[in-house]
Design a protein around this ligand. Structure first.
Ligand SMILES: CC(=O)SCCNC(=O)CCNC(=O)[C@H](O)C(C)(C)COP(=O)(O)OP(=O)(O)OC[C@H]1O[C@@H](n2cnc3c(N)ncnc32)[C@H](O)[C@@H]1OP(=O)(O)O
Length: 210
């Protein structure tokens, strides 16, 4: 499968900061930007910056950023699922995982997460993919936001739902281990039925239990 990446962008102002939301961008572009210290939800900022640079250059990888001049203040990643996760079992070339979305405290609750996804899905190529995201409450910044798990889950549903990602059932043990965890997905218009069937097969692997 050819992974087509078409650049889109938009401008917005949050907390007096003029932001450019753009992508997919290349690894070398990302390397030329600074990375905000507050982007530390998944790894220390330097390591996360490096990880995103590598994802940007993967054939299927897509990084969309929110930046003020050359300072990255938010990002979202899309790539094939980790080989250790069940979502990679069928080796679907047209399945991408929204692996991480993070916005700096400096500009949170200003609509930037939703705008990152708006720019991500502005590319018609996204209609060729099943896009999934796995929501685990232990990845959430409950302390920083002061939200409880259900309030945070609501925020994630609003962010993901803004581009048509919907909750989907699964018997994945990690997801089922807490009721606030969930799988969300969007199946693109041009995804063939065989891929959807393979995805459904990965969602339910313990049918004999029911
Ligand atoms: C797959 C994964 O990556 S899971 C992990 C997700 N990432 C994290 O938890 C990292 C730390 N958190 C963050 O980076 C951010 O808080 C995010 C990504 C969760 C949200 O980003 P933001 O830019 O603040 O979200 P955005 O402003 O677009 O808000 C989306 C909706 O949630 C609401 N919202 C956002 N933050 C809050 C809050 N703290 N309290 C109440 N509502 C909130 C917004 O008002 C908006 O609601 P609306 O659709 O009714 O207008």
């Amino acid at each position: 499968m050819e992974h087509v990446k078409r650049y889109h962008s938009l401008k917005t102002i949050v907390n007096g900061r003029e932001l450019l939301i753009e992508g997919p961008i290349s690894g070398s572009e990302l390397a030329s930007y600074r990375f905000d210290d507050g982007l530390k939800a998944f790894r220390i900022p330097e390591q996360q910056h490096q990880a995103l640079i590598e994802i940007a250059d993967l054939p299927e990888g897509r990084i969309i950023v929110a930046r003020e001049d050359d300072l990255v203040l938010g990002y979202v990643t899309f790539l094939h699922p980790d080989p250790l996760e069940r979502w990679s079992q069928a080796q679907l070339p047209d399945l991408l995982e929204l692996g991480a979305i993070e916005i700096s405290h400096l500009i949170r609750a200003g609509g930037v997460a939703k705008k990152l996804l708006e720019v991500s899905f502005a590319d018609d190529a996204m209609e060729d993919y099943i896009i999934i995201t796995t929501e685990y409450y232990w990845h959430w910044d409950l302390k920083g936001t002061g939200l409880d798990v259900w309030q945070y889950r609501k925020v994630m549903e609003k962010v993901m739902g803004s581009v048509g990602m919907v909750w989907m059932a699964t018997d994945d043990p990690e997801i089922c281990s807490h009721p606030a965890n969930c799988l969300m997905a969007k199946i693109g218009k041009r995804v063939p039925p065989e891929s959807v069937e393979a995805f459904d097969g990965m969602r339910f692997q313990n049918r004999f239990l029911y």
